[in-house]
Design a binder for this molecule. Structure first.
Ligand code: NAG
Ligand code: NAG
Ligand code: NAG
Ligand code: NAG
Ligand code: NAG
Ligand code: NAG
Ligand code: NAG
Length: 720
């Protein structure tokens, strides 16, 4: 499936999870192998309060003690019941108006009076295109991608739009540095007359270019036949034709008209162009033969049935607005009201970021569409949070945690640094809202779903809470960690996550082999009191090894491979051990037949722990210095249901595992039955990963109470 990775975001594909979904040949046995009594910040506020004044919230004078107690009582009961109902004496509805025509193309955000526009548009009515030359004509949707040819002016506009800088590598869209792009230009036309409708190869007055658009735009002129070749994400060449060639529907202006080329040889272009196998290669967000179908799955909660999905942007029916059309109301402090921070109940405020700041589909060519839900864990979380009225609040004044949905993965993909996009999203929040500065970011959280999670993030972001799938907490100067090279802008002393600040989350991987059967497997297991006689294998592993790259899995897979190879060459009887280098179609079956299953990581987070849990195979975690999901908080008692070995234990792995008594194995499996839910997300499978994530965030909140609000010795803050 991912064999022809000609693009660098696949090159170091750290997860060797493709094997688990992919059916292949049958040979498996081959050895190729957080009330406080303390006064907090009290504030008497000037009313009405403008959003931009709310910074004063945390810089105000203390009220009299009596007053405080009374307020505390009010808030305590009110906050504890429902975020909106019963708080009329404290919060008043806020309804900022937008331009009357805002809702034609956008949504009116009543909180800041901003018209929320689809990607590529701005202005009070969303009719100012930000990438006009990426449109196939005036008024048409702008698409930006790297694989099919567009107007060169489009690339220049994108280069600016994504914040590229000639001096530094600052594009938010990291992948722009990986692709040589091709483009065309209509001779003699000014930039405002350049559009991205594909010309015919022999069309007069067209120039073709190839080159790079990272940092700066660097293009060189090429022959027309070179300019008309595009590619798909697997590197297969396609000839891109004028849209008319695909029919009068012109792919509804939402795709390229393409025909596959038999080879990268330019000669094949002529043959292909005369062929009849033209088809609409739809840009991401659309599907169907003529690209006339919307990809609703890109829109959070499918816009709750309250709007139209435009490539991940919900265009909501008024009065609804927000990421998933879930918002109808906004709040301000009621006249005369005072506020104390809500310290009792976790309430998360989700920022509504403009599509131009954070968008799930900044690139239209499906390049990040890897069918692997683990990379979309942030989206799953977002969808669940948006619907979770007990935790999510539409009122930032009563929130105690703030979620910045930066969709960084869409900008950086699995193995690249998400830092540019995270900084861009945070910058928006820092400039436009008071809450970040009030806490220095300590009550804000961001997801980093890529393979290496927060590993690349600079120190000045270190107060922000990261939700990550990869819990490396290593001293990167320690040679035992070959995994990452220390870099001065990183935290050399804690590697990627801080166990008391960040949250390591279980990947959303619910479509994996075995997840559907998990509830039944555990039912049977509990009925059998933990016995599982059908597990004839002592242990099993299948996946890639990468002898040439010892940083991969921090050398664990490689060491295992070498150890077992030597073992198997000796005289012992090891027929109950199976190590498959690479793919096996029988992955699920083998998990069900094994007592122990190895869970090393890959080039970043791994999914084998999740798989082992789904199959009730006792996980043997060999990931030195890597916190596992919900481990650092003590939320999950790993020692009850998993074994943790060190890389240095590998030479003794067989005797170690053989020494685990049958009774202990039974106890461990029964403990797994209690906790496997933590590794699944979908409620239909009994998944509770969301709940565990919320629980972990709640613990973070408790930690913050002390630091932000609870210190009696802290200098008393003044009223604004
Ligand atoms: C570019 O990066 C260097 C080193 O990181 C920094 O000193 C310099 O100020 C940056 N320049 C710009 C224009 O951001
Ligand atoms: C393709 O069609 C053009 C005319 O439309 C013709 O000149 C050319 O020979 C054809 N090429 C092939 C390989 O059939
Ligand atoms: C927060 O602080 C930054 C840096 O000091 C400043 O640029 C920004 O305007 C502040 N945000 C608000 C909303 O005042
Ligand atoms: C962190 O520092 C970089 C420059 O090193 C700056 O561009 C960025 O805005 C800073 N981020 C925050 C949140 O202060
Ligand atoms: C770590 O490795 C480097 C280079 O291999 C070596 O120079 C250094 O002495 C090692 N440090 C320790 C503590 O072993
Ligand atoms: C090897 O051990 C297995 C049990 O682990 C046993 O069933 C098998 O007969 C043994 N084979 C030999 C050749 O001793
Ligand atoms: C988990 O969270 C969901 C909200 O998404 C809630 O409906 C459910 O009751 C929670 N489950 C448990 C076991 O707490």
């Amino acid at each position: 499936m991912r064999e022809n990775r000609s693009y660098s975001w696949y090159v170091i594909l750290a997860l060797t999870l493709t094997a688990l979904v992919r059916p292949s040949g049958g040979i498996i046995a081959q050895f190729t192998v957080q009330t406080d009594k303390n006064p907090v910040h009290r504030k008497t506020l000037n009313i009405p309060l403008r959003l931009s004044d709310q910074r004063s919230l945390l810089s105000s004078e203390d009220l009299e003690d009596q007053q405080l107690k009374a307020l505390d009582a009010v808030h305590t009961s009110a906050f504890a019941s429902h975020p909106d109902v019963g708080l009329e004496h404290i919060f008043a509805p806020l309804e900022r108006a937008c331009h009357p025509d805002c809702t034609k193309r956008g949504n009116c955000n009543a909180e800041d009076g901003r018209c929320e526009c689809p990607f590529g548009y701005t202005g009070p009515t969303c009719d100012e295109p930000l990438l006009p030359a990426c449109q196939q004509g005036p008024g048409l949707e702008p698409f930006f991608g790297l694989l099919a040819s567009r107007n060169c002016e489009c690339l220049r506009q994108a280069n600016r739009f994504f914040g590229c800088s000639p001096t530094n590598e600052t594009c938010t869209l990291v992948s722009m540095s990986f692709h040589e792009v091709q483009c065309f230009s209509f001779t003699g036309k000014v930039p405002s007359e350049q559009w991205s409708q594909m010309p015919a190869m022999d069309e007069e007055g067209v120039e073709y270019y190839k080159g790079w658009i990272n940092r700066r735009v660097d293009l060189r002129r090429v022959e027309p036949r070179e300019g008309v070749v595009g590619g798909d994400i697997w590197g297969r060449p396609y000839l891109i034709l004028p849209l008319e060639k695909c029919g009068h529907h012109k792919c509804h202006g939402r795709g390229a008209c393409a025909v596959e080329l038999p080879s990268a040889e330019l000669d094949s272009i002529f043959t292909a162009s005369n062929g009849t196998k033209h088809f609409c290669m739809c840009y991401k967000g659309y599907k169907g033969h003529t690209c006339n179908e919307d990809m609703w799955e890109l829109c959070p909660n499918r816009c709750r049935g309250r709007g139209q999905c435009i490539r991940g942007f919900c265009h909501c029916r008024a009065p609804y607005w927000g990421l998933d059309c879930g918002r109808e109301r906004a709040w301000q402090l009621a006249p005369g009201a005072s506020l104390v921070p809500n310290r009792l109940v976790l309430r998360i405020y989700v920022y509504e970021l403009p599509a131009n700041v954070a968008f799930p589909v900044p690139l239209d060519d499906n390049v990040f569409d890897m069918d692997e839900p683990s990379y979309l864990t942030h989206r799953k979380f977002l969808e669940m949070l948006l619907l979770d009225t007990a935790i999510r609040t539409e009122n930032p004044l009563e929130a105690n945690l703030f979620f910045v949905p930066a969709t960084a993965y869409s900008y950086s993909s699995n193995t690249n640094s998400p830092v540019n996009q995270i900084e861009a999203a945070l910058k928006y929040v820092i400039v436009n809202f008071p809450y970040f500065n009030a806490s220095g970011g300590a009550d804000h959280f961001v997801w980093t779903t890529g393979d290496r999670g927060a590993c690349y993030l600079p120190r000045n972001l270190s107060r922000v809470i990261f939700l990550t799938l990869f819990g490396l907490h290593a001293n990167l100067r320690d040679n035992a960690t070959t995994f990452l090279h220390p870099r001065p802008e990183h935290h050399p002393n804690w590697g990627c996550v801080h166990p008391k600040k960040d949250v390591v989350v279980a990947p959303w991987y619910d479509n994996m082999v075995g997840s559907e059967e998990a509830p039944r497997v555990y039912e049977n297991l509990v009925a059998a009191e933990g016995e599982s006689p059908e597990r004839y294998l002592l242990f099993f592993f299948a996946g890639s090894v990468r002898m040439h790259d010892m940083s991969y899995s921090n050398g664990v897979r490689q060491a295992l491979f070498n150890h077992l190879k030597a073992l198997f060459a000796s005289n012992g009887n090891y027929s109950d051990i199976l190590f498959v280098e690479g793919y096996t179609a029988s992955y699920g079956e083998l998990y069900m037949r094994s007592r122990f299953c190895l869970a090393p990581h890959g080039g970043g987070f791994g999914v084998r722990l999740t798989l082992a849990m789904a199959h009730a195979c006792i996980p043997v975690i060999i990931q030195d210095q890597v916190y596992q999901p919900y481990e650092s908080d003590g939320i999950l008692p790993y020692s009850q249901f998993a074994l943790r070995l060190s890389k240095s234990d590998i030479p003794n792995i067989v005797p170690i595992l053989r020494a685990v008594s049958v009774e202990k194995q039974k106890r461990m499996r029964l403990a797994m039955a209690k906790y496997y839910h933590a590794f699944l997300w979908d409620a239909s499978l009994g998944g509770r990963a969301y709940n565990y994530t919320i629980k972990a965030l709640n613990q973070r909140l408790h930690g913050l109470w002390g630091r932000l609000w609870g210190d009696p010795h802290r200098r008393q803050l003044r009223v604004a």
